[in-house]
Design a protein around this ligand. Structure first.
Ligand code: AHR
Length: 358
């Protein structure tokens, strides 16, 4: 028997034992963060281990589905999936299980950027290519992963801030009258780092007043809770910069339960009619899109979760000997309830704004 035959048998035994554990055989019910196979494993398939960071947002669910939809058995793949439940330790132990199973590829959506050097070195030593999906990592040696495919979070923030600058100019607002709170995503995640930095830099450039940055974990419940606290502290907030749509939905609930309106009319002379503007990122759930149509969210910069086809393309080409670029960024739109800003420019590139109406 040749080496690859042995590898295939060992791999099958390990996958089956993972499945056995996930099915709870003899050990009680499988925990949500167990590694499990999406379909029956197949000996001849390409085995992909996917460590997903969690299920905190509509983006995340769509992203998991996108990967599950492309790595299917009828296309020659076995997908092992693990939900890390927002814990890096869960993700690290999933990667170790994938290495033990001798999978062909590891996909990693990392919860935070730091702390991956050791486990990625173990994957490298085992000769298993790692593809970073959605977010990225900060490691000493960039060769610890094959490539990253996902969003440019700093660019997303720049688009959002250029939109805000153009919008406030168009309604004759002075920069010093723009009072912002930042509802941050999971601290230390690429999405939070890029989006927070983009706002900070724009605020310094344009002279906006950023009152506070508070972590809201990319969830609706935390968005509501944080916005409630911030509103009771700063009555003059007129822009809520939410680092994703789920936080925005929570912030809108808090604004409305304080008797205020969420909307773009932030410079109305009549203080009673003045709204609080909500901005966010993702544009994935129909509910968030509907909020733009109702002008409760003024601007969403899209964060595209449909990364499965890109990842499959990377793997297909790699199998044929083609190396992918280090970073592959996906196209992302800008949605707004207002037609005042037709496009925004970042580093001399123009991005159209899509107006959403009911
Ligand atoms: O990494 C992408 C971000 O993570 C999305 O904007 C957010 O919704 C998610 O949880």
């Amino acid at each position: 028997m040749n080496g690859s035959g042995i590898k295939s048998i060992l791999s099958s035994i390990l996958i089956i034992s993972i499945l056995f554990a996930a099915a709870g055989c003899g050990k009680g019910p499988a925990a949500a963060n167990d590694v499990f196979s999406v379909e029956e494993p197949d000996n001849d398939s390409t085995v992909i281990g996917f460590s997903q960071l969690g299920a905190e947002s509509d983006y995340r669910s769509a992203n998991s589905e996108s990967i599950k939809n492309v790595f299917i058995r009828s296309m020659g793949y076995t997908l092992l999936f693990q939900d890390g439940q927002q814990k890096q330790s869960n993700q690290i132990s999933a990667i170790r299980k994938f290495i033990q199973s001798d999978v062909d590829y590891i996909l990693l959506s990392p919860v935070t950027e730091s702390g991956w050097d050791t486990v990625l070195m173990e994957a490298k030593d085992a000769d298993i290519p790692v593809i970073l999906v959605d977010r990225t990592v900060e490691v000493e040696d960039d060769d610890l992963y094959l490539c990253h495919v996902g969003s440019d979070f700093f660019l997303e923030a720049q688009k959002a801030c250029e939109w805000l600058k153009a919008y406030t100019d168009s309604i004759g607002m002075e920069s010093g009258d723009v009072h912002i709170v930042d509802l941050q995503g999971t601290l230390g995640s690429s999405a939070q780092i890029g989006r927070t930095l983009g706002l900070k830099m724009a605020a310094a450039k344009y002279g906006w007043d950023v009152k506070e940055e508070v972590v809201a974990d990319f969830t609706q419940a935390k968005g509501r809770e944080v916005m409630r606290q911030l509103y009771s502290k700063y009555k003059d907030i007129n822009v809520v910069y939410c680092e994703n749509d789920n936080e925005a939905l929570g912030a809108i609930e808090a604004i409305e339960s304080a008797g205020r309106r969420a909307g773009s009319d932030i410079n109305n002379r009549n203080i009673l009619k003045r709204s609080i503007m909500v901005m966010s990122f993702d544009g994935v759930s129909p509910e968030a899109i509907d909020m733009v149509k109702q002008d409760k969210i003024s601007c969403i910069v899209e964060c595209n979760p449909d990364l499965g086809p890109y990842v499959r393309d990377i793997i297909d080409k790699y199998e044929e000997g083609e190396y992918p670029p280090r970073d592959i960024y996906v196209d992302e739109k800008i949605y707004s309830s207002s037609d005042r800003v037709k496009s925004v420019s970042v580093n001399d590139v123009f991005y159209d704004v899509t107006v959403l109406e009911e």
